[in-house]
Design a protein around this ligand. Structure first.
Ligand code: F0G
Length: 330
């Protein structure tokens, strides 16, 4: 049976016997070796923490199980978030599981349709805000301050507590700390969670956080955030902040899919950009892949090779298949 994240790490999370555990089977995600990309990057051991296999398809579920369980324990009447899409789907799912209403604010026209559909299907009330993610987050904070809704963005410390468990799993599985943790940097909540985990473990492993070069306009809408709300925590944690432009993001994203069979969303490839560029030192590097490719199929549709049209004829099909195989090995 799947062990809920809260049960696996109960002694290191802010929960007690009185906390109702709201779980969808999150955490305990695969740590995958990626030998082809390791060779390309010149890194001896390159591991990917595949957070796409969380129940709603992103790492947000680690924090959401804790945030919603604690909200329920405190008799919350509703949860609220601003989101570029993944927090939205996660909040909607855990709120549904808890029997709580969820109110989700998204930046108008800037969230993948798949994420919106997921969130709507899960029963959340979705409001598109006329403005950016930063505007939506400010509005969410102001509304939460009135006390009617519990904010489940990563400003909520319970979220960050849950997210730190990715580091516990990685260190446990490797039997030691890697030489570096590398992850995307949007608002910085996950970076600050990783730093918190390392502090609790008494480790000083470097964290490399990779942001979009064009924060306000990147095609990676999950990390289209102009003003990272955890910027100070990221700085105080000593994380090294690097940036990736959209061309590099797309190249790393496609390489991960076609070379290793792992289809993530564009933002999730940010860490990989830094590793492939040779910017991360160490023999043993762990890159966190934060969200599934099916979260943003429209982005894949724009960048993946289109299908060919053939007659239902084995000779024609074999000819096209052979040409495609030739291109791949060329
Ligand atoms: N990767 C994915 C897939 C994300 O959805 C996000 C953030 C990040 C990386 C960045 O993480 O903000 O902790 O530095 N998504 C938020 C959301 C903003 O609303 O879903 P961060």
């Amino acid at each position: 049976m799947t062990v809920p994240l809260i049960e696996r790490f109960r002694d290191r999370l802010p929960v007690s016997a009185a906390t109702p555990v709201v779980s969808l089977g999150e955490g305990s995600t695969p740590l995958l070796a990626t030998p082809r990309l390791a060779r390309a990057a010149g890194v001896r051991d390159l591991w990917l923490k595949w957070e796409a296999s969380n129940p709603t398809g992103s790492y947000k579920d680690r924090g959401m199980t804790v945030a919603v369980s604690k909200a329920l324990e405190r008799d919350a009447e509703a949860v609220l978030c601003a989101s570029t899409g993944n927090t939205a789907g996660s909040a909607a799912a855990y709120a549904a599981r808890a029997g709580l209403p969820a109110l989700v604010l998204t930046p108008e026209g800037a969230v993948s349709g798949a994420k919106l559909a997921q969130t709507r299907m899960l029963g959340a009330t979705v409001l598109e805000v006329r403005g950016s993610f930063d505007d939506a987050l400010r509005a969410a904070q102001e509304l939460a301050d009135r006390g009617t809704h519990v904010l489940v963005n990563s400003l909520n410390p319970d979220r960050r507590e849950g997210q730190k468990t990715a580091v516990f799993e990685i260190v446990e599985e490797l039997g030691a700390a890697p030489d570096a943790f590398v992850l995307p940097y949007g608002g910085g909540g996950n970076t600050s969670s990783y730093a918190q985990a390392l502090a609790e473990l008494g480790l000083a492993t470097p964290i490399v956080s990779v942001e979009a070069a064009d924060r306000r306009g990147t095609l990676a809408t999950a990390i289209r955030i102009g003003e990272p709300v955890h910027a100070r925590a990221v700085r105080d944690a000593g994380a090294r902040v690097l940036s990736a432009d959209d061309d590099a993001l797309v190249a790393a994203w496609r390489a991960l899919a076609s070379e290793e069979g792992l289809f993530c969303e564009p933002s999730s490839a940010a860490g990989l950009v830094a590793v492939l560029r040779g910017d991360v030192e160490g023999d043993r590097v762990v890159v966190t892949i934060t969200g599934h490719g099916l979260k943003d199929p429209a982005a894949a549709d724009l960048h993946a090779p289109p299908p060919s049209l053939v007659a239902p004829d084995p000779d024609a099909i074999a000819a096209v298949g052979a040409a495609a195989a030739g291109e791949r090995t060329a």
